[in-house]
Design a protein around this ligand. Structure first.
Ligand code: F6R
Length: 620
């Protein structure tokens, strides 16, 4: 939520900053702005709306050259998304420019203090307060090296809430200063040039060497002095160095109309990468990043899976697999609700937190709550250098690569793969499954990337269906067992991308109320379980299909190859390859992603940047 970029080095700062903002625009697109330290002072421009508006303004009125600068792309919290509230915000005399991600919770009191001492604030934002405070702190310090960083530390000590701040000062053309608390910030280390950003995508075209900054740290990037990291208290602090294992091309559209389409297409490889090296030929599961001992895991008597949105749906699937394989009770909770209901947590509780970004504030706070109660936390995360892995007892990285489209696709599928690995690992460690049973599932898992690929190869009819459904006012999704979370995920994708009312239901629940929604022609997408294996489920879902159809619904059925029993009741059948029941979401989710994307596209929506949303939700 909000993308931030800072740069100092030999290149034209404007080019680097705007390019960085382009790569971060998925984090927020309510407004965008830049501030550059030029020979004539600070040059700023900021515009409501997408980055294209800023681009146009800068092209019409190019700022003077500069070798340091900052930029921001906003997801509005305080104040409407207009030009005035756009970042950067300037101090009263225009000496300091500052950008911010997060919410300063004590801003009202600080604003009051500033106003009482005669500072006039021009915007409705909490951010502007920090800009004025920074200028005040700077003015009160003696001239000398590190003055802006010291002023930043002073300000941060006064702020409450979550914030990443990045600032420049008119008189310090070689320095950019950043700070973070509960909000992401990474530094990039190039050759004689340095970067600050909300995530590495902003500077990946320039360097793949990054520094992960910790909580309550201030970082100064300076052309001469390089990078200096301290705590808010001024003490030198350590930041972990890491190498980003993907390059700029991974964050490009690569010929696809939308990032989402590219990311959907990347799913077979992303799932294969997530499994790679973690499944031995002997059926052993190797989770090298899990830092909990086998003994710790043998003690686990309760599992909570916590996550938000799409990751929560991955967690719902995980519950079926984990309970089935380990026989440990497993609950799945929305991270935003978890800590507010005082869940029962002990040292023997394992909390599995799932997050693509590793920065979702609701999930992060739930992790902190769980660890505060002595529970162990294992994070499933896609983003190296993000906060969640650092704050967990163990981490299993999904290897989806950068996910740029706001709607998660490959992030979700790799989360599913990682959940299966965790389930099998626990089952093995606790001795509740024999080696050959694990090997058999491992073999099935290994086949899934190819099955996802085969599913993707059949999507023409789904795209055509998408165009046909573009004017539907409502679409319902039904599923049972692991098909239920798939239905929820199908509905979420459609809501967020197409802005169509969509809801997912457990097939059995329909008759308890939601069936009243069915009208003549209402499209209902049903995720049908395999008739092989748990046959009883299949029969029940076929009955559900008939109940809905009898009320006039248009039945769109997702069914595996060879399932002919559904044909008499389906208006459309979307075929997927045969997959063992528990692993089926890895393929049945795919047509629903394609369908949502096609409907949104047909409606003329921005598929990658749906309205009101942003990737990486860093506020509660
Ligand atoms: C929907 C979507 C969101 C995220 C949710 C959690 O397509 O992407 O629902 O899944 O905001 O995000 P992460 O996984 O980054 O914690």
């Amino acid at each position: 939520m909000c993308g931030i970029v800072g740069y100092v080095g030999p290149q034209q700062a404007l080019d680097v900053v705007v390019e960085g903002l382009r790569r971060l625009e998925y984090r927020g697109y309510d407004s965008a702005g830049v501030a550059l330290v030029t020979a004539d002072g600070l040059a700023t421009d900021k515009r409501a709306g997408k980055l294209a508006n800023l681009d146009k303004a800068l092209a019409e009125n190019p700022p003077p050259p500069a070798t340091s600068g900052i930029g921001h792309t906003r997801w509005a919290t305080h104040g409407a998304p207009n030009d005035v509230n756009a970042h950067p915000h300037l101090s009263r005399g225009g000496e300091v420019a500052l950008v911010h991600n997060g919410i300063i919770e004590n801003f009202a009191e600080l604003r009051d203090e500033l106003e009482r001492s005669g500072t006039e604030l021009v915007s409705e934002t909490d951010t502007e307060v920090a800009a004025h405070l920074l200028q005040r702190a700077y003015d009160a310090l003696p001239a000398g090296q590190g003055r802006l960083a010291e002023a930043m530390r002073e300000v941060c000590r006064r702020l409450e809430g979550a914030f990443t701040l990045v600032a420049v000062h008119r008189d310090e053309p070689d320095t950019v200063v950043g700070a973070r608390r509960n909000s992401p910030l990474v530094a990039g280390v190039g050759t004689a040039e340095f970067f600050l950003a909300s995530d590495v995508a902003a500077f990946i075209a320039h360097t793949r060497e990054a520094l992960e900054l910790g909580e309550d740290q201030v970082v100064e990037i300076d052309r001469e002095r390089g990078i200096t990291v301290t705590g808010f208290d001024g003490r030198p602090a350590q930041a972990r160095e890491y190498h980003v294992d993907w390059d700029a091309s991974a964050a490009e559209k690569g010929g696809y109309a939308w990032f989402m389409l590219k990311e959907i297409a990347e799913q077979p490889a992303a799932v294969a990468d997530t499994l790679r090296g973690r499944l031995t030929d002997g059926g052993e599961i190797v989770l090298d990043e899990v830092r909990l001992s086998d003994e710790d895991l043998r003690d686990v008597d309760k599992i909570f899976v916590i996550a938000c949105g799409t990751a929560y749906h991955a967690g719902l699937v995980a519950k079926y697999a984990i309970e089935h394989w380990t026989r440990i009770p497993c609950e799945v909770e929305l991270a935003s609700e978890f800590r507010y209901r005082a869940p029962v947590l002990t040292r023997s509780t394992l909390v599995v937190a799932i997050s693509q970004s590793g920065e979702t504030m609701d999930t992060l706070q739930a992790i902190r709550h769980a660890r505060g109660q002595r529970a162990r936390v294992l994070s499933i995360c896609n983003t190296n250098g993000s906060t969640m892995p650092r704050e967990s007892d163990a981490v299993l990285y999904t290897r989806a690569g950068p996910e740029i489209a706001v709607a998660s696709t490959k992030g979700y599928l790799t989360q599913l793969a990682a959940c299966y690995l965790v389930g099998l690992y626990l089952a093995r460690v606790r001795g509740v499954m024999y080696g050959d049973e694990v090997s058999a599932i491992v073999e099935q898992l290994r086949r899934t990337p190819r099955l996802i690929e085969r599913t993707l190869a059949r999507m023409d009819a789904v795209r055509a269906l998408g165009r046909d459904l573009a004017t539907a006012p409502t679409v319902l999704f039904l599923g049972r067992h692991v098909g239920y979370p798939v239905a929820l995920e199908g509905a979420l994708k459609l809501k967020e991308l197409a802005y169509i009312h969509a809801e997912g239901f457990a097939g059995g629940e329909l008759k308890h109320g939601p069936i009243a929604l069915i009208d003549d022609g209402t499209p209902v997408v049903v995720v049908v379980p395999s008739p092989r294996g748990r046959n009883v489920l299949h029969g029940k879902v076929v009955s559900n299909i008939q109940e809905v159809r009898a009320r006039g619904a248009r039945m769109i059925v997702v069914a595996e190859d060879g399932d002919t029993a559904v044909e008499p009741y389906a208006d459309e059948v979307i075929r997927v390859p045969q997959v063992p029941t528990l692993l089926a979401p890895l393929v049945t989710s795919v047509p629903l992603q394609v369908l949502a994307c096609a409907i949104a596209d047909a409606r003329g929506n921005d598929v990658d940047q749906p309205r009101n949303l942003a990737k990486s939700v860093t506020v509660e």
